[in-house]
Design a binder for this molecule. Structure first.
Ligand code: HEM
Length: 401
């Protein structure tokens, strides 16, 4: 192999880059973090060692989003209120503590029978129709139905939540400095209006759901203010659905394109948990997260100036050959798999146990019920939607026979 460094191309606002960013990640693994100009100076962090170093160093790499304009604040899903995702300690510690106990692996295990029931209800319909489009029939519906039930709102309204969250997430494709499209703003207003009313309902009629728990935390011990309460509910709905949808979709695609791996999994369902980890490593739902340097920092040989936006590219780290041998090979027996698809450090995904369970049930039940499942044409071009940050398939038709 030549020692010549490959040129870097990185542009989350280019639809072609978004459709397949993986060929561009090799150049990031070649050397230290790169400083480039992308609507302003940014750092690209893609090597596994650098990504984990940034995520563990929350003192120097902040999660607080720098608002470039008042519009960003007034039109964003959280309207400038602090959320655990976009805050640093001590605010982060205070907010995360409020829901940490609702997401423990034990609490999540209790949901298993209900998740299995929802998944099989969706697959019953597939069986009746004799055709499977993974996204529309399973992946889009299951996570949003589950999180809706956890929030205590009717799962049947999932199509409405899904439409709102799809549009809000597509707001991530807006070029920095350009106004948010009107439909993004409208969906944000509708979603916030819906949950503002639900918060009032739950204040009068508390239940055992997450919204009631958040209202109690707000009212009883003032763990957060009213704006933070609403932002919290919106965060849980958004974070809890598109990501898991894409875990299921990306997973079925990887299995469909690697039929020997699909057969291996079908013959050995006890490999399901490991297969989910490999899907997360190989084609995780969150390509990149972001941080801003609080001070000037030396990282892996690059001097990053203070107040520089950093793309912390989880999906590139997960394909770093220095950490994962033969990283472009999809291998459900790969071990160990300490991928960073759920992040690392204090912001490590609070929903990871739930996402793993939903992914295992959706993929496991689909393979169990349709023993001849295969991809019609593994080479057929695919359409991607969402944003670069939350990237997933628009559709994935598969053959049942
Ligand atoms: C496969 C599915 C999922 C993936 C790949 C994923 C990925 C991530 C990642 C990478 C982070 C850290 C972001 C950062 O450090 O900047 C994160 C945080 C978070 N995730 Fe997930 N997530 C998934 C599912 C879920 C689910 C199901 C929920 C909730 C029901 C959820 C709720 C959250 C929350 C609230 C945070 C913020 C945690 C904090 O800042 O302390 N996620 N997720």
């Amino acid at each position: 192999m030549s020692n010549e460094k490959r040129p870097v191309y990185f542009n989350p606002w280019d639809p072609e880059f978004r459709a397949n960013p993986y060929p561009h990640y090799g150049a990031l693994a070649d050397g230290p973090p790169k400083l480039i100009d992308l609507f302003g100076p940014v750092a690209l962090v893609g090597r596994y060692a650098d990504v984990t170093a940034v995520l563990r160093d929350h003192a120097r790499f902040s999660s607080v989003q720098r608002m470039r304009s008042p519009e960003m604040r007034d039109e964003g899903a959280f309207r400038g209120a602090a959320t655990m995702l976009f805050s640093d300690p001590p605010v982060h510690t205070r907010l995360r503590r409020v829901v940490a106990r609702e997401f423990t692996p034990r609490r999540i295990r209790d949901l298993e029978p209900r998740i299995r029931e929802i998944a099989n209800g969706l697959l019953d319909k597939v069986e009746r129709n004799g055709a499977l489009e993974v996204m529309a029939d399973v992946a889009n519906a299951l996570p949003v139905m589950v999180i809706a039930e956890m929030l205590g709102v009717p799962a049947e309204q999932y199509a409405m939540f899904k439409a709102w969250s799809d549009r809000i997430i597509s707001g991530g494709n807006t070029i920095p400095g350009m106004p948010m499209p009107a439909e993004v703003k409208q969906s944000t207003d509708e979603l916030r209006g819906y949950f503002a009313a639900e918060i009032e309902n739950r204040r009068r009629n508390p239940g055992t759901d997450l919204v009631s728990a958040l209202v109690a935390a707000h009212d009883d011990n003032e763990a957060m203010d009213a704006d933070e309460l609403l932002a919290f509910v919106v965060l849980l709905l958004l974070a809890g659905n598109e990501t898991t949808t894409n875990l299921i979709g990306n997973g079925m695609l990887a299995l469909g394109r690697n039929p020997e791996q699909m057969d291996l999994l079908r013959r050995n369902p006890e490999l399901t948990a490991r297969a989910i980890e490999e899907i997360l490593r190989y084609d995780g739902p969150v390509q990149s997260t972001t941080r801003t340097s609080n001070v000037e920092v030396e990282l892996g040989g690059t001097l990053i100036p203070a107040e520089t936006g950093c793309f912390v590219i989880l999906a590139a780290a997960n394909r770093d050959p220095a950490r994962f041998p033969d990283p472009d090979r999809f291998d459900i027996t790969r071990e160990p798999s300490d991928h960073v698809a759920f992040g690392e450090g204090i912001h490590f995904c609070i929903g990871a146990p739930l996402a793993r369970l939903e992914g295992a049930i959706a993929i496991g039940e689909t393979l169990r019920r349709f023993p001849k499942l295969r991809m019609k044409d593994p080479e057929a071009p695919l359409e991607y939607k969402g944003s670069y940050f939350l990237r997933g398939l628009a559709a994935l038709p598969m053959a049942l026979e």
